[in-house]
Design a protein around this ligand. Structure first.
Ligand SMILES: [Cu+2]
Length: 106
């Protein structure tokens, strides 16, 4: 009985860890995003890393998620956490040719 209780207790502790959101990395290199389309789940985190020797400024005007990460230099990243499903069109304020989309699923 003691072992049974301990097992239940352990599962109760571990279960939330299995539901932990994923972290997706999107690089910005040579004025391009490392992917043009990314599929994620609600609750996931997306990290935008700057690999270029100049600034980028990632933002989105999408209804699904509106954000502006500001400009930041090489070696740094900014991240977002998606809170609802839908499509997020991502752009760079400094380089208009840069764009990608994030498809957020339940
Ligand atoms: Cu840029």
């Amino acid at each position: 009985m003691k072992v049974y209780k301990l097992t239940c207790f352990s599962i109760a502790l571990i279960y939330p860890l299995l539901l932990v959101a994923d972290v997706h990395i999107v690089d910005q290199k040579n004025k391009e995003f490392s992917t043009t389309e990314l599929r994620v789940k609600v609750g996931d985190e997306i990290r935008f890393t700057n690999q270029d020797p100049f600034f980028h400024n990632i933002f989105s005007l999408s209804d699904t998620m509106f954000f502006d990460l500001g400009s930041y230099p090489q070696g740094e990243f900014r991240s977002i956490k998606v809170k609802q499903s839908g499509v997020i069109e991502v752009e760079c304020a400094i380089h208009p040719s840069m764009n990608m989309k994030i498809i957020v699923e339940e």
